[in-house]
Design a protein. Structure first.
Length: 290
């Protein structure tokens, strides 16, 4: 439950299909507050998203945005189906760092300047953060199912934290999530087996990580073209983003990074590495770079 008297909203951080996120304080501590609106077009999806966020309610990890409190009740004047109070992971997303999007506050730490020098070392550092978070989630039988740069926050200490668990699932609940009809997530990052309605496994997150790592490395958009054409080509023709950028060919570490990406976005989920194995490979590559 939430002690509403201790909530102080400060400013809106963003809005999406399901509601708004605010920067606030709770008991004097900086937090982010997500309010799921009653006025959404799809109330069932909004409700499902709210409960999915609570899949990580009791989990604690340095690379996961922590849930502090949650409630389906709200005081008068709050137009919400549910409210979630989370640790404040930072103002900046990995998406903003990759693409140099505006919105970096002046007082933010090293992450804001990162777009200017998002070299291999920084890509690996952020990758290790994200995969450490995934390894922990998967060890707790949670799959994220919407991993992408916009859902990774970067703290003032330059640490990546995975957030937005509105599409997540617990593996024991997954039989009812076999079909794409029930799955949210961003189509550019969605694993082919999910597009085909096959069973959900943690390797779906590894595929999404591969697209995210490709974005960090190239700082380009994954696909151009109409959504349905991309979806069809990903499943039918193994379409993936191009690996022709100089970063993949100019050095031995670049070639190794290319190999990691290719393994992580293989069409067959069982042939992708686990988060544990991926962490070993990324650490070895980081050590090689010195």
């Amino acid at each position: 439950s939430i002690d509403w008297e201790k909530v102080r909203l400060q400013r809106r951080l963003g809005a999406g299909g399901f509601g708004c996120v605010y920067k606030a304080t709770y008991h004097g501590v900086p937090v982010a507050i997500k309010q799921v609106s009653k006025r959404t077009k799809n109330r069932l999806a909004s409700r499902r998203s709210f409960w999915a966020e609570l899949n990580v309610a009791r989990l604690r990890h340095a690379n996961i945005v922590r849930v502090v409190a949650a409630s389906t009740r709200a005081p008068a004047g709050f137009d919400s189906l549910g409210t979630i109070i989370m640790e404040f992971g930072g103002d900046v997303t990995l998406h903003q760092v990759i693409y140099g999007a505006t919105g970096c506050p002046e007082d933010h730490g090293p992450a804001c300047g990162a777009a200017a020098q998002l070299g291999l070392e920084k890509c690996l550092k952020y990758s290790l953060d994200v995969v450490s978070g995934l390894l922990f989630l998967h060890s707790q039988n949670v799959v994220h199912l919407d991993l992408k740069p916009a859902n990774v926050l970067i703290s003032e200490q330059d640490v990546c934290k995975i957030g937005d668990f509105g599409c997540s699932a617990r593996l024991e609940d997954v039989p009812c999530l076999r079909t794409p009809h029930h799955l949210g997530g961003t189509y550019t990052h969605r694993a082919p087996e999910l597009l085909k309605g096959e069973p959900v496994t943690p390797r779906a997150d590894i595929y999404s990580f591969a697209i995210t790592l490709w974005q960090m490395t190239t700082r380009e958009a994954p696909y151009s073209g109409e959504r349905q054409h991309v979806l069809y080509a990903v499943v039918a023709y193994d379409l993936r983003p191009a690996l022709s950028a100089a970063v993949f060919t100019a050095s031995i570490p670049g070639k190794k990074l290319e190999n990691i990406i290719q393994r992580c976005w293989r069409a067959s989920a069982s042939q992708r590495p686990s988060a544990e194995l991926l962490l070993v490979d990324l650490r070895a590559l980081q050590a090689e770079l010195g």
